[in-house]
Design a protein around this ligand. Structure first.
Ligand code: XIL
Length: 354
């Protein structure tokens, strides 16, 4: 019992005294980002204050996806993006673009029209990317050009995508070429999930990347979404980061969070192994966050460290609860917007000697 109290209280005390005055962005050697949903976000002063204090990079959680931009043919809705871009400018933050092409955010009207007139889809791809990227040229620093083009596991190209269905895998390289043509300075990423745990999937992504490099397709980075679970082994994460970094491209941990329960990658739901978050779990999560940053810092060469972005920074608003309809505690801040041990673990990972 005494041992248990010691195990819990001492590190908790240590974390807290260590962390009183930390601003993540100021102690980090690379940009620290978070996604936000711009509308609820701006209404919540405490959230905005925290975001300004700790982050110097920002990604929109949903507002920049195709179904928000071009709800019907020929009409672009830029307002929300302009709001978030202004916020980024005013607060001196790097604006990251998520995302240009993703099967999941392609609106129904696009899918219908493409099936009626397959030749139209490539024209639309070019027009959409050209409009979008040129409008924010020099403002959006980097883009997830294509998101999740491979199946959840195993390394096949994703079949249930209108883009693949109509254009084959060529839609991917075309998207990169179109984006590069209008903004040659933007950093262009391929972004996906599970590549930190599924080596077959990672290998397929890396084959695509090396083919792109050979043929001069302008790809500049690989985004690891890094939606991980406590039991994804560090050794595997380290191995995959190393392989990706060996390409020489920028490496972005683009949607980081760490869950305890098991979610289903293909639909909502999952297995709620844990109903509550206890002290031991909090400390284990702090260690996992620390390990993750240490791996990123030690494996990815400095000039390839594009940064670490969180997919939201507090448990109250996490997408995991909404999207999978299950409980979890994946973030650095808790339901009351107070820093968790995870926050201090992450901070230590940023600063401790390698
Ligand atoms: C998620 C959002 O957070 C949810 O609000 C939305 O309902 C679905 O999309 N991978 C991605 C992100 O690339 O765009 C997803 O964001 C999370 C998984």
């Amino acid at each position: 019992m005494i041992r248990l109290i010691f195990l819990i209280l001492v590190p908790t005390f240590f974390f807290h005294s260590f962390g009183q005055n930390i601003n993540l962005k100021d102690i980090s050697p690379f940009p620290i980002g978070t996604s936000v949903r711009i509308q609820p976000f701006l209404k919540d002063k405490k959230l905005v204050d925290l975001q300004k204090r700790h982050f110097n990079s920002i990604t929109s959680g949903n507002d920049m996806k195709m179904y928000e931009i071009i709800k019907k043919e020929g009409v672009y809705y830029w307002d929300r993006i302009d709001t978030i871009v202004n916020y980024a400018k005013t607060n001196n933050q790097r604006m990251f673009g998520h995302n240009l092409i993703w099967h999941f955010s392609t609106p129904r009207w696009v899918r219908n029209k493409a099936r009626e007139n397959p030749a139209w889809l490539d024209k639309f791809l070019k027009e959409y990317i050209t409009e979008y990227v040129s409008r924010y040229k020099g403002v959006i620093h980097g883009w997830d050009v294509v998101n999740e083009a491979f199946e959840a596991s195993g390394g096949e190209y994703r079949k249930e995508s209108i883009w693949y269905e109509i254009m084959g895998k060529e839609y991917i390289e075309k998207a990169f070429r179109y984006a590069h043509e209008v903004d040659p300075d933007a950093i262009l990423f391929y972004n996906d999930f599970n590549i930190e745990r599924d080596t077959s999937k990672l290998n397929s992504v890396l084959e695509m990347v090396s083919d792109f490099k050979k043929r001069g397709v302008p790809i500049s980075g690989i985004g690891f979404q890094m939606h991980i679970r406590m039991d994804i082994p560090n050794e595997v994460i380290a191995y995959t980061l190393k392989k990706a970094a060996d390409t020489g491209l920028q490496i972005h941990l683009s949607e980081t969070d760490i869950i305890f329960n098991i979610h289903d990658d293909n639909k909502g739901g999952g297995v709620e192994r844990y109903k509550e978050l206890n002290e031991e779990m909090k400390l284990a999560q702090a260690k996992k966050y620390k390990d993750l940053v240490l791996m990123y810092r030690s494996i990815v060469p400095k000039e390839q460290q594009y940064g670490i972005t969180f997919w939201g920074f507090n448990d109250r608003d996490t997408w995991i609860r909404r999207f999978f309809n299950m409980n979890d505690w994946p973030c650095l801040f808790d339901d009351n917007l107070n820093p968790k041990p995870a926050f201090y673990g992450f901070s230590q990972g940023l600063t401790s000697e390698l």
